[in-house]
Design a protein around this ligand. Structure first.
Ligand code: MN3
Length: 199
């Protein structure tokens, strides 16, 4: 049994002009496919086959670095494609909105916190909204780490994540990470984030 590259629920050009089709295609068929293949190779004959990705990541400090990097890359991109959608719901609502208000005061403060985490992550990595019990937190992680990992400073279940590796935006935005983050915000699938929040 091995991990499989998921199909996207939308076409590569569906997120234009915010995220261009060429970036999407390379990101999915080269980067995400690479993490998936390399994860499977790292797990071959390791005795770890059959474990879920969540199980692997939660004990990743004791595993080969290839599992940390590629297992993280596999999981993070699965989440990334799912929390994006062409024409997503305009804003969080319901219990998710209550939790955002409870943890950050209001949606504006939450956005500011999330955007800051994305912009201040030095080099390659991710910014996250994560669930810690009934409350929410924002953090960022380097490389392909994420808050499920036992090596992460802030731990919890990620429910929204933005890839701030340059491969996620460089063709269209070059060094303008803030413009990419603002574009990403317009594409968030809040229904999917709410689904993950309910767990
Ligand atoms: Mn990526």
């Amino acid at each position: 049994m091995s991990f499989e590259l998921p199909k996207l629920n939308y076409r590569y050009d569906a997120l234009e002009p915010m995220i261009d089709a060429r970036t999407m295609e390379i990101h999915h068929t080269k980067h995400h496919a690479g993490y998936t293949n390399n994860l499977n190779n790292a797990l071959k004959d390791s005795g770890l086959e059959g474990k879920s990705i969540e199980e692997l990541l939660s004990g990743v400090s004791g595993l080969p670095v290839a599992v940390r990097n590629n297992g993280g890359g596999f999981y993070n991109h699965n989440l990334y494609w799912d929390v994006l959608t062409p024409g997503g719901a305009a804003a969080p609502k319901g219990k998710l909105l209550d939790a955002i208000n409870g943890s950050f005061g209001n949606t504006e403060n939450f956005k500011e916190t999330f955007v800051k985490a994305a912009l201040t992550r030095f080099g390659s990595g991710w910014a996250w909204l994560l669930k810690k019990g009934d409350s929410l937190a924002v953090t960022s992680t380097p490389n392909q780490d994420n808050p499920l990992m036992d090596v992460s400073e802030v731990r919890g279940v990620p429910i929204l994540g933005i890839d701030v590796w340059e491969h996620a935006y460089y063709l269209n935005y070059q060094n303008r990470r803030p413009d990419y983050v603002e574009a990403f915000w317009k594409l968030i699938n809040w229904d999917e984030v709410a689904r993950r929040f309910k767990g």
